[in-house]
Design a protein around this ligand. Sequence first.
Ligand SMILES: [Zn+2]
Ligand SMILES: [Zn+2]
Length: 390
Amino acid sequence: MARDYYATLGVARDATPEQIKRAYRKLARELHPDVNPDEAAQERFREVTTAYEVLSDPKKRQVVDLGGDPLGNGGGAGGGMGDPFAGFGGLGDIMDAFFGGGAGGGGRGPRSRVQPGSDALLRLELTLEECASGVNRDITVDTAVLCDSCDGGGSRAGSAPSTCDTCGGRGEVQSVQRSFLGQVMTSRPCPVCRGFGEVITDPCQQCGGDGRVRARRTITVKIPAGVGDGMRVRLAGEGEVGPGGGPAGDLFVEVEELPHERFTRDGADLHCTVELPMTAAALGTVLTLETLDGGQEELTIEPGTQPGTEHVLTGRGLPKLRSNGKVSGHGDLHVHLDVVVPMRLDDAQSDLLRQLAALRGEEQPEPTVTANGNGSRHGLFSRFRSFGHR
Ligand SMILES: [Zn+2]
Ligand SMILES: [Zn+2]
């Protein structure tokens, strides 16, 4: 189930932080999208980067070493939009993660009952306007909080855990197996205390000995201006409290940007298409365009404007959000002009156009054929059209 971040980076499980960093740098140099645009390489680059982010964080690495996955169970990929608890592993999942494999530890004394809490991820749908302006949102999360009755200890008030009789407090039991090589001594986590070396004899009634309880909390998330689809806002310490009252994980709020009906987005730049009647494109006009923030921009259309003409309104795009969380400057608004040829003409209109054609000597036009005369314009247009919202 859990991804093998060590294998992804190609380092040993006991690699030093320096070795991990070196391995990542080496892979990143080969796989970075600037160097290697191949799609498989980019996918691998994302995996490698995720593995590095996990293993370079001591808290997350500890979770990995305990057999868990700090990024949750597949990141809640199955949870649909609008599910406020998507990607939120239940208590049972976390217990499984810690008790399931038993691979970690390696049999060196009892393990601590206190474990770091897991991170949680939830998705937040925002309109393009909200992404541009930033927003404060109250979100409700089902989470695990410290049990206030036992303060995380797990024992009923006035009682304390006792040393496990089965393993004598070592947290592991040994058994001797005979084989043709002779006697082989194996050790495994003590099944009675589950490796803790002590047993809660009189569990806290509120949490049943886990040290934490489920609770629904409402948290106000401050989303900065300029966020985009897939960006995560980290709320340190707002994730689940760990077993035994361990330090809480982080809560990540991932932005899901809703498509806008008039604007598409490319980073901090906005794009839109304005359809002009053929006559307006030929004669010129002044248009009023409503920008994303509701402002009005006057757009002068020169006589003889061609399809595919682009006007750039500098600074009328989205705020540029830097990695330090500060905004510096704005992107631009690109207005692409499309010229619409009338589909249906009545008799009077047809007559007028025929007169115009006659005046221009265009009644029987010679076709002007070029290999790529309009190539750049059309190229620009199709490029613009292919901007997905990311
Ligand atoms: Zn309790
Ligand atoms: Zn035991």
